[in-house]
Design a protein around this ligand. Structure first.
Ligand code: ZN
Length: 307
């Protein structure tokens, strides 16, 4: 299986991407979870335009890519799993799960650090939520993600196959859990014990600061459950909730390619600001880190959300 995956790497990557993209696009067309608010042609043009731009950028900057680095680490005996000669059948799942934890931590970090939130809010500023939302990231965040992945690979020493599997799974799961689709409730609940479902991740794209600072997972739902950032559903419900960020709601800014590229450099960092200048509990008056604003206070009321 090891050599099969490595020799057919390009085919597996492209097949998974286009296959899952087509399936999700069809599912969204047949049974959308929520009505879209912005023209799909405009959003898809911009979101997919950004994907194409990022793909070229990564090829240009990192011709070796993550798999190349993993192969070098294996040859040199770098990283924990290589150093301790962990058996292949243990190393592969362990590496995939550890890389998922690493990306969870990275995701929390880009919400917590104001300058990184500027970059990450490009992903959150999409006014609708569908499979293409899962692929829109600012090029600088993409480069930063790659550098973090390189560091993880050097420390962890994952098998090359684990890196390929992780990247294919993450790519597919991002399209799935950003899907504008609904699973039957019983299936959603069962899947959620292990995996992130569309309804689970949609909570993370709420304009409400406390909701956006929850459900950081992309693949496994364990990290949010174990580490205290899990939320079952949005207060307003999946149909009533508002997607995006509060202080950037002009489609020409947040759903056009030039606007998305410029977004990190606009305005003051207030994190996920509360509505209308904010009530103290939500906005923290623009002070502190976004991650600290996880308590929702109803206007003039007692804290209503989870701390
Ligand atoms: Zn996020």
């Amino acid at each position: 299986m090891d050599t099969f995956i490595q020799t057919h790497e390009a085919g597996i990557r492209l097949g998974a991407f286009f296959g899952i993209f087509a399936l999700m696009a069809l599912w969204e067309l047949r049974a959308p979870r929520r009505p879209l608010t912005v023209s799909k042609a405009v959003r898809w043009g911009s979101n997919l335009g950004l994907v194409v731009l990022n793909t070229f950028l990564l090829r240009l900057l990192f011709p070796v890519a993550a798999v190349g680095l993993a192969a070098t680490a294996a040859a040199q005996g770098w990283g924990l799993l290589n150093h301790f000669a962990v058996p292949f059948w243990v190393a592969v799942p362990l590496a995939v799960i550890t890389m998922d934890l690493a990306i969870w931590l990275q995701h929390v970090m880009v919400h917590a650090v104001p300058a990184l939130w500027r970059l990450h809010r490009v992903h959150h500023a999409d006014l609708d939520y569908d499979l293409t939302t899962g692929a829109r990231f600012h090029p600088i965040e993409i480069v930063l993600s790659m550098l973090i992945k390189f560091a993880v690979i050097l420390v962890l020493g994952p098998p090359v196959v684990a890196v390929i599997l992780f990247e294919v799974i993450l790519n597919g799961m991002a399209m799935f859990n950003h899907g504008n689709v609904r699973l039957p409730e019983w299936l959603d609940h069962r899947l959620r014990w292990v995996f992130v479902t569309p309804d689970m991740h949609r909570v993370h794209h709420s304009v409400e600061a406390d909701e956006a600072n929850s459900n950081f997972g992309f693949n496994l739902s364990w990290w949010d459950r174990l580490l205290g950032t899990y939320r079952e559903s949005p207060r307003a419900g999946h149909l009533g909730m508002t997607i995006g960020i509060d202080d950037h709601r002009d489609p020409r800014e947040v759903d056009s390619l030039p606007g998305m590229l410029a977004l990190p450099f606009r305005g003051v960092v207030t994190g996920l600001a509360a509505r209308d200048g904010g009530h103290a509990g939500n906005a923290g008056a623009g002070s502190g880190y976004a991650i600290n604003r996880r308590t929702w206070v109803a206007p003039g009321g007692e804290p209503g959300g989870q701390a």
